[in-house]
Ligand binder design. Structure first.
Ligand code: SAM
Length: 214
């Protein structure tokens, strides 16, 4: 998702109390930021933040961090927080390529990847958030029994992600489905993302996989 550049978005983010501006200083020490030891779940590529905010309302004892590359998109999340502030949600504007600058060993308990950009050209495969390059990054900061949950409607990206996980010596596919909304077990408690609502209304089956360490 890349909304038209919104004038002032960067400045608004720089001043927002809902964004973590100096996030690198909390690497390895996130309880100092939150003031508690609650588990931390992150969504990489959160878009406008609806999913992570819905989860945060359901689970007040979990701290959520939404990561988004584009200011114009992140701004929409900030606007939602202004209307309905949540103490257990904060945002970081960054390119996830640099995620290891922000999170150290055991900092994160779960990673959500939802409707990540497919980057269809082979030469851009390393930019896909489920590429082996990204899986190696997540391995450095996810707790040992932590999970990655990935949803998409994109067949090519989903098959690529299954292949990357299968070829990995670190990651194991706990479960996967090509049709989440018709898979009773995997769909239980499912919280829909903005893209999930849009694409399922268009009749696209939603795919999901859950990874853990092998
Ligand atoms: N997760 C939301 C959902 O399911 O409704 C948004 C999905 S949208 C298609 C993908 C989002 O990921 C976009 O907002 C895009 O800017 C963001 N994104 C893509 N690559 C990223 C990266 N390397 N770092 C941070 N955000 C990224």
């Amino acid at each position: 998702m890349r909304l038209r550049n919104i004038p002032g978005a960067t400045e608004e983010i720089a001043q927002s109390k809902y964004c973590i501006h100096d996030a690198q200083q909390y690497k390895g020490n996130w309880s100092n930021f939150w003031g508690n030891n609650h588990p931390i779940h992150i969504e990489v590529g959160m878009g406008k933040g609806q999913f992570i905010m819905d989860l945060a309302k359901l689970h007040p004892d979990i701290n959520y961090i939404g990561i988004e590359k584009y200011s114009s998109v992140l701004l929409r999340g900030l606007q939602k927080m202004e209307i309905e502030p949540l103490d257990n949600v904060r945002f970081i504007r960054m390119d996830a390529e640099y995620i290891c600058d922000f999170f150290g060993e055991n900092d994160v308990d779960r990673i959500y990847l939802n409707f990540s950009d497919p980057w269809p050209k082979d030469r851009h495969a390393r930019r896909r958030l489920t590429s082996h390059q990204f899986l190696e990054r997540y391995d450095t900061f996810l707790i040992s029994d932590g999970h990655i949950e990935f949803k998409t409607d994109n067949d090519g990206l989903f098959q690529f992600s299954l292949d990357e996980a299968n070829e990995s010596e670190t990651w194991h596919i706990d479960a996967h489905t090509w049709d989440l909304h018709n898979d009773q077990a995997m769909c239980e408690g499912n919280v829909m993302t903005e893209y999930e609502k849009k694409f399922s209304e268009m009749g696209h089956p939603i795919h999901k996989m859950i990874l853990s360490r092998s």
